[in-house]
Design a protein around this ligand. Structure first.
Ligand code: CTP
Length: 400
């Protein structure tokens, strides 16, 4: 599986003859599983048609600051949104003009506006005639872009459009893909790792229409899944009933309803994963009998006999071989002691403590305030944050 799968790639095309190869680049990126959007300079439109690029990328192509439909006022093509959408920006070909503008923060077209608004990794594939490429001004600009932390995909030797032969050809699309993948793999800390996450509540049936459940929204588990996927992991998300959907294509959702179903789904894959995180609010009890028909209220008030569910996390602790195992604890008293004890009892590598004494915590909200307890004893307290930011903190602790 390509590390580009599920990544948003903003391809910036500037106006050089090598732009004729960019449809192949778009196709290679899409084939690798990336979502591709194209922003062109107006000059690039002379070398490759926006229609070809929009057809291959399956997305509209933009080249101007505004778009105007017949009889309507112009609409702004929001370069900030485009730049923030991108997980990476690839500028290919990058002409002498574009390199210079990038190095000096000039912003006279939409491509440059996107570039200057981006905060994702940037790859630059220069292309120009050999003397132009060798010119100290261009070499200085490339060095400047490298100093900004961008990845330069150096021009290649060969036949040039001018008829000359030498260094200046844009790197071939398939080689660009390989170089981008290699670089991303180096920077994706969970690439090649499998992460299992349980999320959401479980529902324990009483009869065909009623169940015992809880208010867990699943948001923390889903945020962890998105973070792991963005760090390059292949994620298996065993999810109880929630209103959420997983966005990243590295995430496979395995939907379950009851604690028993969650248990079975987890142990079908547990032996194969590298990291397992139990973020689900599993019901502790389930009815011993599930009534075959809806229990009528005309009958005597029913007594529902309960039995404990299997502790999935504790069993993961028992069966642990190579996995890093993380649990959650919800405590109302002696929080640190109880959570630490739970970490030891369930043979975990770490436990995330949610304190119910904190008014910001809780099942439904978008924010969380947690304490990360490492099995070796280190304790790290975090401030109140969005669940996405908490998920980031949690993986920082796992990976430290
Ligand atoms: N867990 C699980 N399977 C269960 C119950 C809990 O996997 N049947 C996991 C949860 O996903 C969570 C951790 O275990 O990671 C919570 O442990 P638990 O013992 O249920 O603690 P609390 O919910 O905090 O409740 P209590 O203190 O009453 O044990």
């Amino acid at each position: 599986m390509s590390i580009l799968r599920g990544k948003n790639v903003l391809l910036g095309i500037s106006g050089g003859i090598a732009a004729y190869k960019t449809p192949l680049l778009v196709r290679a990126l899409v084939k690798a599983g990336a979502e591709v959007k194209v922003v062109m300079t107006p000059a690039a439109e002379d070398f490759v048609t926006p229609l070809t690029l929009s057809t291959l990328s399956n997305n509209p192509v933009v080249a101007q600051f505004t778009t105007q439909k017949d009889g309507e006022y112009p609409e702004w093509n929001n370069h900030v949104d485009l730049a923030l959408w991108a997980d990476l920006m690839l500028i290919a070909p990058a002409t002498s003009n574009t390199l210079s503008a990038m190095a000096h923060a000039r912003c006279n077209n939409l491509l440059l506006a996107c570039y200057l608004s981006s905060n994702c990794p940037v790859f630059v594939a220069p292309a120009m005639d050999l003397d132009m490429y060798a010119h100290p001004a261009n070499q200085r600009n490339l060095a400047q872009l490298e100093a900004f932390g961008h990845h330069i995909l150096p021009a290649q030797e060969g036949f040039l459009a001018s008829g000359l032969e030498g260094k200046g050809r844009m790197m071939e699309p398939e080689d660009i893909l390989v170089q981008v993948e290699k670089t991303l793999q180096k920077t994706a800390p969970l690439y090649g790792k499998k992460v299992l996450i349980t999320a959401g509540p479980t529902y324990e049936a009483i009869d065909p229409v009623r169940f015992i459940g809880n208010h867990s929204s699943g948001k923390m588990g889903y945020a962890l899944a998105e973070t792991a996927a963005h760090k390059g992991a292949e994620v298996l998300l065993v999810s109880g009933p929630t209103a959420l959907t997983a966005k990243h294509s590295n995430i496979t959702v395995i939907p379950v309803v009851s604690a028993q179903e969650m248990y079975s789904a987890v142990f079908e894959v547990y032996a194969t994963v590298d990291i397992a995180i139990a973020a689900a609010a599993v019901a502790d009890f389930s009815p011993t009998q599930v009534a075959a028909q809806k229990i009528k209220k005309t009958a005597a008030i029913p007594v529902i006999e309960l039995q404990p569910t299997k502790d999935i996390l504790a069993q993961m602790g028992e069966e642990k071989n190579k996995q890093y195992l993380l649990g959650f604890a919800l405590e109302t008293e002696n929080e640190l002691e109880n959570a630490t004890e739970k970490c030891r009892r369930k043979k975990l590598d770490g436990i995330v403590l949610n304190s119910l004494n904190d008014p910001h915590d809780g099942f439904g909200g978008d924010q969380n305030k947690v304490t990360f307890i490492h099995a070796e004893g280190d304790i790290v307290h975090f401030d109140l944050k969005s669940k996405a930011a908490v998920a980031q903190d949690i993986f920082d602790q796992i990976l430290r």
